[in-house]
Design a protein around this ligand. Structure first.
Ligand SMILES: [Zn+2]
Length: 399
């Protein structure tokens, strides 16, 4: 993933080609740290004229600066003018704890993901082990990206549950029991040696969509994550709404039926008892054996399996009921639907739209669009990078 831009890909025009060549030049600068125009031309295969014009552009926008090397350097480089990437010395780390995985990435302040690692782990029940694994992966991505620890400006950390931001802990005794009482912020700062900020996973999804995805340019929207659980990240007037203790957006525990099934949160008839991944699997899974996954249900639905289609569209209807209440309260202009179940497309989205139309006051229903998220599997990881980049103060690593 080295040097991959998070921003959207181009359209095959000359502008796109130039942007791509520019990224190749930056890629060489990033991997080599300090290099000459001639070496960049050799490494990329681009003409010296092209490299020279790209470098001039990068220099004018202060992305690259020159150093005059008087002595041959330790790697045997010749004396002369060498180029250094302005942002190459500073980076941020993003850590995403899922229920069964840990994803870690390093990015520069120009929003390029420099390196990325993943490991599978029972995160819910092995909190300490998950923290250790994430710290180990952070060292690996920083090494791969060639970033020194002292140049890391901070880390964003995503947790799959409500977060008490003031205490740096998980904000619920029932939703992530293995993490209860653990001071995640302090524990991670001890392991990593730099400042961290923790955030709920749905909020990070919202932040990723706000920064690079379907929420770009939108001051008021709700990001709904539908996967193992159902959560919401709310952007109000351009900022995340966190609430008094940081647990705003627990949409999955909206009571839809007070005599409904008992939820793991201790209440009855929560949205998650009828519309989460496990609820859908319970509905359709019995005849398919133990191996059926949520991804499998989405695939079967796409192939026309009527039971899977019905289970997903019923989930959409129920989610729409809860989202309608949200629309009445915060009047968003967009609902961005993410999480694995959003892969079902309009099969999930259309029933959400129908419920919103049915249960929201007309003025609020008329102005809201329901759209799929741009990011699904990596939403929280990208959001954790966006969180860290937003918090990072530009370093003063001038030549
Ligand atoms: Zn509940």
């Amino acid at each position: 993933m080295a040097g991959t831009s998070i921003r959207g890909k181009g359209d095959g025009t000359l502008g796109w080609l130039r942007e791509r060549n520019r990224e190749r030049v930056i890629g060489v600068l990033r991997t080599q740290g300090r290099t000459s125009q001639a070496d960049i031309a050799r490494a990329t295969g681009l003409s010296r004229t092209t490299v020279s014009s790209l470098v001039a552009e990068l220099r004018d926008s202060s992305l690259v600066f020159e150093v005059d090397v008087k002595e041959p350097n330790v790697r045997g480089g010749r004396p002369g003018v060498q180029l250094v990437l302005q942002d190459s010395s500073s980076a941020v780390v993003g850590i995403d704890f899922g229920h069964s995985h840990v994803l870690v990435a390093a990015a520069d302040l120009a929003h390029n993901v420099l390196a990325e690692r993943r490991c599978e782990l029972d995160v819910d029940h092995n909190a300490e082990e998950a923290l250790d694994a994430s710290a180990r992966l952070a060292v690996e991505v920083l090494d791969e990206a060639g970033v020194q620890r002292k140049n890391v400006l901070g880390a964003g950390i995503g947790i799959p549950g409500p977060v008490d931001r003031a205490r740096g802990t998980v904000g619920s005794a029932t939703i992530l029991p293995g993490w209860l009482g653990l001071r995640i912020g302090a524990e991670m700062e001890k392991r990593l040696g730099f400042a961290v900020e923790i955030e709920n996973d749905a909020n990070l999804g919202a932040l990723a969509e706000l920064t690079w995805g379907s929420g770009r340019g939108c001051a008021n929207f709700a990001y709904i994550k539908v996967a193992t659980g159902v959560g919401a990240g709310l952007v109000v007037d351009g900022s995340l709404l966190r609430g008094a203790s940081g647990t705003a957006g627990e949409l999955g525990h909206t009571t839809l039926n007070e005599s409904g099934a008992l939820c793991y949160c201790g209440n009855r008839g929560c949205l998650e008892t009828v519309a989460s991944g496990p609820a859908i699997l319970r509905l359709v899974g019995r005849d398919e054996g133990e191996s059926l996954t949520l991804g499998g249900v989405i695939e079967l639905a796409a192939q026309g399996d009527v039971r899977c289609r019905r289970a997903i569209s019923d989930a959409g209807r129920e989610i729409g009921v809860a989202v309608a209440g949200l629309c009445n309260l915060i009047n968003p202009e967009r609902i961005v639907v993410g999480g694995l179940l959003s892969r079902a497309g309009d099969l999930l989205l259309q029933p959400i739209r129908d419920s919103i139309r049915r249960y929201t006051v007309l003025a609020a229903a008329e102005c809201v669009d329901v759209v799929p998220a741009t990011f699904v599997e990596r939403a929280e990881l990208l959001g954790s990078l966006a969180l860290a980049i937003r918090r990072a103060k530009p370093s003063s690593t001038a030549p």
